[in-house]
Design a protein around this ligand. Sequence first.
Ligand code: PEP
Ligand code: MN
Length: 361
Amino acid sequence: MNTTETPFESWGIIKNTKRPVVIAGPCSAETEEQVLTTARGLKEQGIEIFRAGIWKPRTRPNSFEGVGSEGLTWLKRVKAETGLLTSTEVANFKHVYEALRAGVDILWIGARTSANPFAMQEIADALQGVDVPVLIKNPVNPDVELWVGAVERIMGAGIKRVGVIHRGFSSFEKTRFRNVPQWQMAIEFRRRMPGLPMICDPSHISGCTELLQEVSQKALDLNYDGLIIESHCNPKEAWSDAKQQLTPEDLGKLLKSLVLRNVELDQAQKETLDDLRLKIDKFDEDLLKILGERMKVAEAIGQYKKEHNITILQPSRWDEIISRIVEKGAKHNLSEEFISTVFKAIHQESINKQTVIMNNN
Ligand code: PEP
Ligand code: MN
């Protein structure tokens, strides 16, 4: 295994800070026994940081909203008995005060909270002058600015040990993920705020155990520093997020199956990749040229439609294009999903261009 060091090293509380740093534990603390049994199981799997939600932000009312402050004493017991570091979610100043008073080692801020600047500021104010590590999840909506802003508020409170968690984004469309990863958002975040530890939350991205391995591996391939994964001693009976939780044992198996690929390249690898990337660059240029030419034709059509008073959108024409192109795409080994996304975007741009022409006198 590759043993690349992570920025968690500078936090000074985690013993093994090599990639991937793993945080694991149940979605929610339910009972003292469930918390301790899970923690003991995780300890056996070599996990060093325990997670458990005490206050749960649930989408619908009348579902289990966490055990509240009582659960903090269970986290204290986890730490005393197993030596695991503890972490929990905070969403307002009361949570911050209580978690700090109970000696929770790492606080995390959930996706519904990081989407809310008022809540973020309240938490930041409660953290003024405190020296505790904080992990900030991406907001539920794919808005990098909002994520950066949430991190800036926490840093503005003087918190030095700040990291981020990529947990995917809500979408109206049904996808195979519970929260669509949109990996490019995390890559963009990293470009905007380099150097912060970034971990992936495959549990909330996947929403089911079947996708955990694929998402975790992808995160490692994208050079994430760690993973936060939900684990429960009896997943089927979990009071929240039952479908996505693994037993500590299964989590251990999953972690063993992950491959840590090299981040640094040697000279020969670099040359091979540079060579292939040059080819890609050339194709990208060709694509741009062709797209530009295609748009010119779309504009000519727009001009014609204007002169003959024809509507821009003719649905039958669009249906015909998309089914023809999807069929042709398959012959080039291009998936229907990819082809329809690309061509919808191209079509939209044609419409935009034609709209400008229509409205120009
Ligand atoms: C959680 O980690 O249990 C949680 C509520 O996650 P999120 O804020 O990502 O929905
Ligand atoms: Mn959860």
